[in-house]
Design a binder for this molecule. Structure first.
Ligand code: CAA
Length: 379
């Protein structure tokens, strides 16, 4: 077992740090306040090869692995958790099912625009009555000749308002429940696709999240991924990978807030000494440091499982659970340690605390992660 990063991984970390400092740190507070998405920064992320990190260069990727990809998400989330999720959704949730299960034609047509950063991709599974119970999808795809007619409403679609392409799960046979769900690639340009309500969120405010509405949308049959009935499996497998992206986002948020708290404890003096000289604060930092390290090891293990062809459903669920709980615990502690300053925008940790909360909820709540982990124990 080797815990050292190789040169490629060190390069990804270095480049991601440089990218983040140059393109994301400036204006991060203002983007949160105004819910503004930095589209030019996303385009740059694609140009630099980050969006396509784990995919083949044949389709515009960078021929690296999932470990490199989670390292990049982690670095980005230290500074801007909104870009981290937008990036993760484009890479894991949109490109994942196409790269993993698409035909050669689907990969050639639908991966390069997103992996290059020219367009955004989104993932449309969730519906008002199909959240944790993902099998409850009622969006309908009816076959008519060489097309499917798509009707329904998806919600909480990260990147939804900005994306040109969507991976959509719809029912081709409602009687068969999960076995009747199918996965499609849908272009925003197809007539009948529209954006509904744009969400006004507690955190990740710069990321754009919306409803996506399909009204008699004609989807060519060649845009079906695999065959009819494979949609639930495709969604589950895609989320297994996506959860590593959310874990990396949580880990980055935790590390970003930890650094701010550490610097504050070193520089802020009260009662005639720096704050860190209070053992109750130093011990709290020791606990958080251990929590971050434990979460990090689970995440890197999950990514290595995927990269080495091992099963990763359960390791990804453990990583998602541990990293996102670390995000919430560290940011909440950081706000408290910074006292009144922690509550103020310019110290960043209040934003990080708001951003952390959603990581415990989306791409499977942490209760769902426990369902997946315990399912593995007793199956
Ligand atoms: N990989 C492959 N197949 C899987 C699988 C996996 N990880 N998990 C389940 N399956 C298969 C099962 O093997 C089973 O197949 P068979 O019928 O052939 O045996 C089938 O799928 C049904 O499995 P279950 O009976 O376990 O399914 P379930 O209905 O009980 O649901 C669940 C399981 C884990 C609770 C699932 O519904 C789930 O993950 N829910 C959470 C959904 C979620 O994460 N949503 C987030 C959406 S994205 C988002 O957050 C927005 C965004 O933009 C960021």
């Amino acid at each position: 077992m080797n815990f050292d990063f190789n040169e490629k991984q060190l390069m990804v970390i270095k480049n991601a740090k440089e990218y983040t400092e140059k393109y994301l740190a400036p204006g991060v507070i203002e983007r949160d306040e105004t819910s503004t998405y930095p589209i030019d920064a996303y385009r740059k992320l694609g140009e630099l090869g980050f969006v396509g990190l784990p995919y083949s260069s044949e389709y515009g990727g960078s021929d690296a692995g999932y470990l490199e990809y989670v390292l990049a998400v982690e670095e980005i989330a230290k500074v801007d958790a909104s870009m981290a999720i937008s990036y993760s959704v484009a890479t894991s949730l949109y490109a994942g099912p196409i790269a993993g299960f698409g035909t050669e034609e689907q990969k050639k047509k639908y991966l390069p625009p997103v992996l290059s950063g020219k367009s955004l991709g989104a993932f449309n599974l969730t519906e008002p009555n199909a959240g944790s119970d993902a099998a409850g999808v009622i969006t309908r795809a009816e076959k008519k000749g060489d097309r499917y007619i798509l009707n329904g409403l998806k919600c909480f679609s990260t990147n939804g308002p900005l994306a040109d392409y969507f991976f959509v799960v719809a029912s081709t046979n409602p009687e068969l429940k999960t076995k009747g769900l199918s996965g499609f690639i849908v272009e925003k340009a197809f007539p009948g696709v529209s954006i509904g309500k744009i969400e006004n969120k507690m955190g990740i405010r710069s990321a754009q999240v919306s409803e996506v509405i399909f009204d008699n949308v004609e989807v060519p049959a060649e845009n079906l991924i695999l065959e009819e009935g494979k949609g639930f499996m495709l969604a589950m497998k895609t989320l297994d990978s996506g959860r590593m992206g959310v874990a990396a986002q949580g880990l980055g948020i935790a590390e970003g807030a930890f650094e701010i708290a550490k610097n504050y404890l070193k520089t802020r003096e009260q009662f005639g000494k720096p704050l860190y000289k209070n053992q109750y604060l130093a011990f709290k930092m020791a606990e958080l440091e251990m929590q971050i390290e434990q979460a990090k090891l689970l995440l890197y293990k999950a990514a290595c499982d995927k990269d080495t062809g091992k099963p990763y459903t359960i390791s990804a669920a453990k990583a998602k659970y541990a990293c996102t709980n670390a995000a919430m615990d560290v940011t909440t502690a950081a706000v408290q340690m910074l006292g009144g300053n922690g509550y103020m925008r310019e110290y960043h940790v209040e934003r990080m605390m708001r951003d952390a909360k959603i990581t415990q909820i989306y791409e499977g709540t942490n209760e769902i992660q426990k369902l997946v982990i315990s399912g593995g124990l007793f199956r």
